[in-house]
Design a protein around this ligand. Sequence first.
Ligand code: CO
Length: 444
Amino acid sequence: MDHNDYLDSLFSFIDQSPTAFHVTATATSALDRAGFSRLRETDAWQRLDNGKYYVVRNDAGLIAFTLNRDSETPRPLRMAGAHTDSPGLRVKPQPLQLHQGSLQLGVEVYGGALLAPWFDRNLSLAGRISWCAENGALHSSLIDCRRPIATIPSLAIHFDREANNARAINKQTDLVPLLALSAETVPPLFTDWLKTELKAHSPQLPVATILDFDLFLYDTQPLERIGLNRELITGSRLDNQLSCHALVQGLIGAIPEHNSLIVLNDHEEVGSVSTAGAQGPFLKAVLERLYPDPEQRRRVLAGSLFISADNAHAVHPNFAAKHDPDHLPRLNQGPVIKTNANQRYATNGLTAALFRRLCASAEVPCQQFVMRNDMACGSTIGPLTAAEIGVATVDVGVPQLAMHSIRETIGHLDGWYLLRALTAFFSAPDAAIRSPECPSLSEQ
Ligand code: CO
């Protein structure tokens, strides 16, 4: 895959993935095409042949792996993780509201969204619908309306002369999207409208009743390469779909003789405590089934490396003082190794060294980030995974601007660099991913 192919592949991945459910579906389609087989957690896994597999949890978390059981001695597992979810607006259970003749949609804020950029956008709706067939059977389907169906108009500056100095956003009252000008009629049932939409998308489905839904709004403006020299990419959900895409493509290119695994967790943006979140049992449960013998499992994990990939903060030219002056990651200068003395990132000197060497072998530059001491540091799935399963971990990510905006900015090279570093990881010899052991003081 060259740089242009990479960008085409990234753009189509994100375009097809308006929600975490769709990220998982887009990833599993790519894995299916690459010859991976789907496993179900309800099936028996005892006699898995060497091969390529994946397993999905709650339609929004994914673990995929290449398995080679030929060696008697435990071989390291090359592991990498990212998260499928992005901050945004989720539709409330009883969403339809009528105000001043306008039909509106009640939404909840999901995660740490930067809310101001959500105003005045052309928004569509996507997610998962749970429905009942005429014979009573329960089904679920993904839906993506594609067309813009809503907007959240700003309040005109004439009603708020302080808008540019001190406009606060009330999440309950200010953020209610406008759906239709339906006069003074009582709103129809939202589930009836969903049924019509679902039937329009998939006429073959025997939908009788919509029972429930997990729906999110998203911006319909597609990713775009911009800038005088087209060095920038702007778009939604780059945090962290860019990393999900790189992990999936990296694993597809992995050497089948190695044991490699990727985990795409849900709910990172809301604390990771869930069935498919990094602070839940998903990865541990899969590892216990791949290595049922505890002794063997612990030996494998002790010799393994986990690369946690989640976008990093590039220095913003208008706000450079927000960064530590000696750690200023820039766009298009390669993946960023993130460290934090208080373990908000799981990186240590050894795991950073292993990642640096992988970057060097892939001829990819890399950078470093540490938060200013006078500001709170964010976190990600790396420390949670390290703590859950006890694996050596490095937190890395592509530098970006405007994290958690509805439209984020990256450089056109960094995702490509990340994929090359991951490809080196998935094909490196075992020794290249093992942490070396310090000799005892008497040996030094
Ligand atoms: Co993230």
